[in-house]
Ligand binder design. Structure first.
Ligand SMILES: *[C@@H]1O[C@H](CO)[C@@H](O)[C@H](O)[C@H]1NC(C)=O
Ligand SMILES: *[C@@H]1O[C@H](CO)[C@@H](O)[C@H](O)[C@H]1NC(C)=O
Ligand SMILES: *[C@@H]1O[C@H](CO)[C@@H](O)[C@H](O)[C@H]1NC(C)=O
Length: 287
C-alpha cells in the first residue's frame, strides 16, 4: 500500500505533468491519452499504444474516452471504419460534456451493405439542445484505409473536417441568442455499437451477425487543445502557439467546404422546412 506522502508526491507529479503537457500536441499514444470505458475486452490497444481497435458482436460493442477534459482544441483521429457489410453498425467519434444540459459535438459513421455508402452524421448540442443534424457521403471508401477526422472547437466556430477538408462549420451565434458550447469542458469519446433500429436506410437494413465481429481501427490521435484541470484551463496561463484557438475558414477553405456540401451533403436541418414549419433554427440564417 502506498503511504500518504507517496500518494501526495504522485499527485504532485501528475499535476506537474499536466502543467508541462498542457500545451502538448499529444502525438498519439493511446495508453497515455485514453481509457477504455466499456465493452468487456472488446476494445484493445495494440502496437505499443499506436493502434486501437473496437469490436462489436451480438453481445456488445465497446468504447473509450480521453483521460483529459478540454475546453477548446483541435482534435484529430485517424479511423478505418468497419469493412464489408457494416449495415446496422455505428462508429462514433465525438466530444461531450456531462449532465443533462450538456454540450456535444458529434461525428457518427453509419454503416452499410458492402459497396453502399457510409453516412457521416454530424450534430452539435449546446446546453442540452441538439437537432442540428447534417449528413454527408464521403468521397472515398472509408473502410479501405485510415482517414483523418477532425473537430476544431474554438470560441468563434466549430469546424468538422475530413482529411483536412472542412465539411461543416457551426458558428458562434450567441449574438443572436443561440447558446454556444463554451462553458462546459468536454472529453473525446468513441464507440462502436449496434443501431440497426435506425442507422442503415432508417432501420430497414439490419445487422448481419454472421459477419461479426465488426472491427473499426484507430491511430494517431492528436489533441492540440486547452486541457481543463481543477476548474482552470491550461490555455489561460500560456498564450503562445495556439493558432487553432483563433482559426477560421478563409476564402480557399470555404470553397472546399462548399464543394463538399454541394456534392456530398445528403441532409441539412437548415433546409428542412417540413421539420421546422415555424422557420429553421436561427443560426441557419447566420452565413
Ligand atoms: C452470438 O454469436 C455467437 C457466435 O457466432 C453464437 O454462438 C451465439 O449463439 C450468438 N448469440 C445470440 C444471442 O445470438
Ligand atoms: C446505404 O446505401 C443506400 C443505398 O445506396 C443509401 O440510400 C443509404 O443512404 C446508405 N447509407 C446508410 C447509412 O443508410
Ligand atoms: C499523425 O498526425 C499528425 C498531426 O495530426 C500528422 O502531422 C502526421 O502526419 C500523422 N501521422 C500519420 C502516420 O499519418
Amino acid at each position: 500500500m502506498a503511504s500518504f506522502s507517496s500518494r501526495v508526491s504522485a499527485l504532485l507529479l501528475v499535476m506537474s505533468l499536466v502543467v508541462s503537457f498542457s500545451m502538448a500536441v499529444s502525438a498519439g499514444n493511446f495508453y497515455q491519452d485514453i481509457d477504455i470505458t466499456w465493452g468487456d475486452g472488446r476494445a484493445n490497444i495494440l502496437n505499443n499504444g499506436d493502434l486501437l481497435t473496437l469490436s462489436l458482436d451480438n453481445t456488445s460493442g465497446c468504447g473509450f474516452q480521453s483521460k483529459n477534459q478540454f475546453l477548446y482544441g483541435q482534435f484529430d483521429m485517424q479511423i478505418k471504419l468497419v469493412p464489408g457489410n457494416s449495415a446496422g453498425t455505428v462508429t462514433t467519434y465525438y466530444l461531450s460534456s456531462e449532465g443533462s444540459t450538456h454540450d456535444e459535438i458529434d461525428m457518427e459513421f453509419l454503416g452499410n451493405l458492402s459497396g453502399d455508402p457510409y453516412i457521416l452524421h454530424t450534430n452539435v448540442y449546446s446546453q442540452g439542445k441538439g437537432n442540428r443534424e447534417q449528413q454527408f457521403y464521403l468521397w472515398f471508401d472509408p473502410t479501405a484505409d485510415f482517414h483523418t477526422y477532425s473537430i476544431l472547437w474554438n470560441p468563434q466556430s466549430i469546424i468538422f473536417s475530413v482529411d483536412g477538408i472542412p465539411i461543416r462549420e457551426f458558428k458562434n451565434a450567441e449574438s443572436i441568442g443561440v447558446p454556444y458550447p463554451k462553458y462546459q469542458p468536454m472529453r473525446v469519446y468513441s464507440s462502436l455499437w449496434n443501431a440497426d433500429d435506425w442507422a442503415t436506410r432508417g432501420g430497414l437494413v439490419k445487422t448481419d451477425w454472421t459477419q461479426a465481429p465488426f472491427i473499426a481501427s484507430y491511430r494517431n490521435f492528436s489533441a492540440n487543445a486547452c486541457i481543463w484541470y481543477n476548474g482552470a484551463s491550461s490555455c489561460s496561463s500560456n498564450s503562445g502557439g495556439k493558432s487553432w484557438l483563433s482559426q477560421q475558414l478563409d476564402y480557399s477553405t470555404q470553397g472546399q467546404m462548399k464543394w463538399v456540401q454541394n456534392n456530398f451533403m445528403i441532409y441539412n436541418y437548415c433546409t428542412d422546412t417540413k421539420r421546422f414549419p415555424q422557420g429553421v433554427p436561427q443560426e441557419c440564417n447566420m452565413s
